[in-house]
Design a protein around this ligand. Structure first.
Ligand code: ZN
Length: 411
């Protein structure tokens, strides 16, 4: 999905603006780049990426691209794995974020008659305050809980008859389990759950949906790019619509940096089109997904990306093909007779790479049939011929971490 004329014009305006602001990240980074040189989508694809480490390196306010008097607030990434990234917002940025977030709620069929129970944290983090902003813009009633204190969460949820729960997947599961344990399901009025998008399994999804009795929606976003609210799935299908009048998304091969054709899985790279306080150009998110090229059955013109399937840091390359743990899971999920546990072995034998995929099978499954099916689906979806090996349930080691399911014996 190439930049359209309007997006290209916005990118050029943005480059002119960020370059002009002395002391900002891009003033330095774009010394030898002129907006006038960006005439075509191909020119845009030659612009350098912006990396998370570059944002860390200019801590605290080196990504600010407008004068101090125009900044109304900052947010910050958690910084648990190093220097945090501080993101300054102008009044317009806050307005734009609210508009995008309200659209997300609308896309999920939430209206001003809903009561939105918000459990993500408020404060430096973008989550709670973003859910709040969108709720107020929509005109619904916010119940600004923040995280923790399960007793109070459940009491408020019952007393106020909250209809929408906003949470991380793990917190939604915790609440769902608690509701079941206490046998108070009939006092809960939730209809929809809006869950911050990270990779979370189908089993977890099914449990949250059935125990809370809700429809679930994946909302996407990251602190560096406004926060949550830049995309969400609709009531018809799983992939997430995103707001291409505010952000431009490319999918790249994380190893080569080349832009991939629509439909191929790779790393999400985001360019903000209207952001003032801290615009980002070709920012590498390290989240993996793909552009979904088909039009959505809901009729919305907004383009779509698939659910996040993992992080590009987990990628492995076999015979020149990029493979991610999430892809392996998606393939196995779609084949009848296959259970959820798997293990991948990659070896180098007689001058070539061989990938063996071990997976557990349902007791009634016909081994040869299931193996052939897994091999065929893998070839079609991922583009690689593998050696599929079905084993009985319980034969593979259990592990919480996805990374320990892949063994690369080549080096
Ligand atoms: Zn749709």
């Amino acid at each position: 999905m190439q930049l359209n004329t309007q997006q290209l014009a916005l990118v050029k305006q943005q480059i002119t603006r960020v370059k002009a602001f002395e002391g900002s990240l891009y003033h330095q980074k774009y010394q030898n780049i002129e907006a006038a040189d960006i005439q075509t989508p191909a020119d845009f694809e030659n612009l350098p990426f912006t990396e998370k480490d570059e944002l860390r390196a200019v801590y605290p306010l080196g990504i600010q691209a407008v004068p101090d008097e125009d900044i109304v607030r900052i947010h910050s990434s958690s910084g648990t794995t190093g220097t945090p990234i501080i993101v300054p917002y102008t009044k317009q940025d806050v307005e734009d974020w609210a508009q995008m977030f309200a659209r997300c709620y609308e896309m999920a069929g939430i209206t001003k008659r809903d009561r939105i129970h918000i459990t993500p944290g408020y404060g430096l983090w973008t989550a709670g305050i973003g859910f709040q902003l969108g709720c107020e813009r929509l005109g619904a009633m916010a119940v600004p809980m923040g995280p923790g204190n399960t007793d109070k969460q459940l009491k408020m949820m019952m007393d106020l008859k909250s209809t929408v729960l906003c949470a991380t997947s793990s917190y939604a599961l915790l609440l769902a389990e608690e509701i079941e344990k206490r046998g108070i399901g009939d006092k809960i009025h939730l209809k929809k759950g809006v869950i911050g998008s990270e990779r979370w399994g189908d089993k977890m999804r099914a449990r949250i949906a059935s125990e809370l009795g809700v429809e679930l929606y994946d909302i996407y976003g990251l602190t560096e790019i406004y926060g949550p609210g830049i995309g969400i799935n609709c009531q018809k299908e799983e992939p997430m619509h995103y707001w291409d009048d505010f952000i431009y998304i490319e999918i790249i091969d994380p190893a080569t940096g080349k832009v991939l054709p629509d439909g191929k899985v790779g790393e999400i790279v985001i360019t903000t089109l209207r952001k003032e306080g801290a615009p980002l150009i070709r920012y590498r998110t390290h989240d993996l997904s793909r552009i979904v090229p088909e039009a959505c059955s809901c009729g919305s013109p907004f383009p779509r990306i698939d659910r996040i399937i993992g992080r590009s840091d987990d990628m492995i390359k076999v015979k020149g093909v990029n493979i991610y743990p999430g892809q392996v899971e998606d393939v196995l999920k779609g084949v009848a007779g296959v259970s959820s546990e798997y293990q991948v072995m990659i070896d180098h034998l007689n001058g070539r790479d061989i990938m063996t995929l071990f997976f557990e099978m349902e007791p009634t499954a016909e081994q040869a049939v299931v193996e052939a099916a897994v091999g065929a689906v893998f070839k079609t979806r991922v583009g690689l011929t593998i050696v599929p090996k079905g084993v009985a349930i319980g034969e593979l080691p259990r592990s919480e971490k996805k990374s320990t399911r892949i063994f690369d014996n080549r080096y």
